[in-house]
Write a protein that binds this ligand. Structure first.
Ligand code: NAD
Ligand code: TYD
Length: 398
């Protein structure tokens, strides 16, 4: 472990800070990786609640703060005694071992990943490093931690591996939705790296007894999503009057789930999921990309009546398709519904409205995350697709 690249925002080197009742099991923390990203920060907020009385217990967040990680997502938690942030890499085996020994968590929820398909096509290296080698490092550290732990700790501990439906590949229009036994057929470097990590988790459970559970979830949307992904990109571009780049014919289908529903599903899996099992999580909201973009445009027309860019759907531009683009994903979530009583609470319509309202209420957040390196990515990804480079945008506005 390199001490110099560890930032201790709370708690310095002592044990996890105690909540009001020191004998409460709430004082035994959970360790979260990637908690400054999109889903992770929603999970952290949901777990800790708006104040201590609503907290589910102490939480330690290990995050490398890559371009996708944003410490600002968690600024409201600064100074909370039940929250510790650690700046570091999941691949730093000594750091992870140290954190496990120091905080002695009862669970590890593993969100940290390189997560964007287009970036995995432009440069797969970081995906293999973080998603495969990083998961390997975590599994080895947990294994060593549990080997040295008492039986109560071993009994209680859970490793929740947060994965994606993309490991199952692409469906035809009439194929049945992905279920937990659907054979893996990853098509993108991102999906392949997540599939590899799922296989490692499975093997470490089977061979070494690491008490892990894998979740495979469909496309999430909601607050704090970095605007390189479809929904926030379309919202941010439409608000700025920029072109809305739809890949190919826009008829690719995804199953959309509001992020808070995903976070509640993960809590249900942590509380009642069976070790060694996989749970598929999805919203039952299959929509084509074009339908999604049109829905965003319709909401913006309604919620921003004074916008000079209405009707926003006039900004749609069909651009060159993503290589190897999966045509359709759909999730059969009946196992988690049946076994753990989980249900998505938001429909696509209610979740999308909340999402658009959140972005409208947080222009400073968008401005902050879309500065600097973000612009380079937009030029790199869209430059050769014929739609939204800085130059093309300037032309569109001329
Ligand atoms: P994200 O890209 O928004 O966030 C990833 C977080 O991980 C960031 O905070 C980043 O700083 C951190 N991170 C990256 N590399 C790290 C490393 N080496 N060490 C420590 N931290 C590191 O991703 P997301 O959309 O929040 O996805 C979270 C998890 O959920 C991922 O594992 C992803 O595969 C999975 N998932 C995402 C979706 C989706 O629609 N976004 C759907 C299903 C599953
Ligand atoms: P994305 O948000 O990147 O998620 P994923 O690839 O993990 O499903 O993309 C969602 C869908 O939207 C996917 O089919 C690709 C498409 N898409 C566009 O049409 N244009 C864009 O600019 C982006 C980022 C995505």
């Amino acid at each position: 472990m390199n001490e110099s690249n560890v930032t201790w925002i709370r708690g310095t080197k002592g044990p996890t800070p105690q909540l009001t009742d020191p004998s409460s099991s709430q004082t035994i923390p959970i360790l979260v990786t990637g908690g400054a990203g999109f889903i992770g920060s929603n999970f952290v907020h949901g777990w800790l609640g708006p104040n201590l009385s609503g907290s589910r217990g102490a939480l330690v967040n290990l995050d490398k703060l890559t371009y996708a990680g944003n410490a600002g997502n968690l600024i409201a938690l600064a100074g909370r005694p039940d929250y510790t942030f650690v700046h570091g890499d999941i691949g730093d085996a000594a750091l992870v071992a140290h954190l496990l020994e120091q905080h002695r968590p009862h669970a590890l929820l593993h969100f940290a990943a390189e997560s964007h398909v287009d970036r995995s096509i432009a440069g797969p290296d970081a995906f293999l490093r973080t998603n495969i080698e990083g998961t390997f490092a975590l599994l080895q550290a947990v294994r060593a931690y549990l080997d040295g732990a008492d039986s109560a700790t071993r009994e209680r501990f859970r490793f929740i591996h947060v994965s994606t439906d993309e490991v199952y590949g692409s469906l035809g229009p009439d194929d049945a939705a992905f279920h937990e036994d659907t054979p893996y057929a990853p098509n993108s470097p991102y999906a392949a790296s997540k599939a590899a990590s799922d296989h490692l988790v499975r093997a470490w459970t089977h061979t070494f007894g690491v008490p892990a559970i894998i979740t495979n979830c469909s496309n999430n949307y909601g607050p704090y999503q970095f605007p390189e992904k479809l929904l926030p990109l379309m919202i941010a571009n439409a608000l700025a009057g920029k072109p809305l780049p739809v890949y190919g014919d826009g008829q690719q289908i995804r199953d959309w789930l509001f992020v808070a529903d995903h976070c509640r599903a993960l809590e249900a899996v942590l509380d009642g999921g069976r070790v060694g099992e996989t749970y598929n999580i999805g919203g039952g909201n299959q929509r084509s990309n074009l339908e999604v973009v049109h829905a965003v445009c319709g909401l913006l027309d309604e919620l921003v009546p004074g916008s000079p860019h209405r009707p926003h759907r006039a900004l749609v531009r069909f651009v060159e398709d993503r290589p190897g683009h999966d045509r359709r994903y759909a999730i059969d979530a009946s196992k988690i519904e049946r076994e753990l009583g989980w249900r998505a609470l938001e429909s696509f319509e209610t979740g999308l409205r909340k999402t658009v309202e959140w972005y409208l209420a947080n222009p400073a957040w968008i401005a902050d995350v879309t500065s600097g390196a973000y612009r380079q990515w937009i030029d790199q990804n869209y430059g050769t697709r014929g739609g939204t480079t800085s130059a093309a945008l300037a032309k569109a506005h001329a």
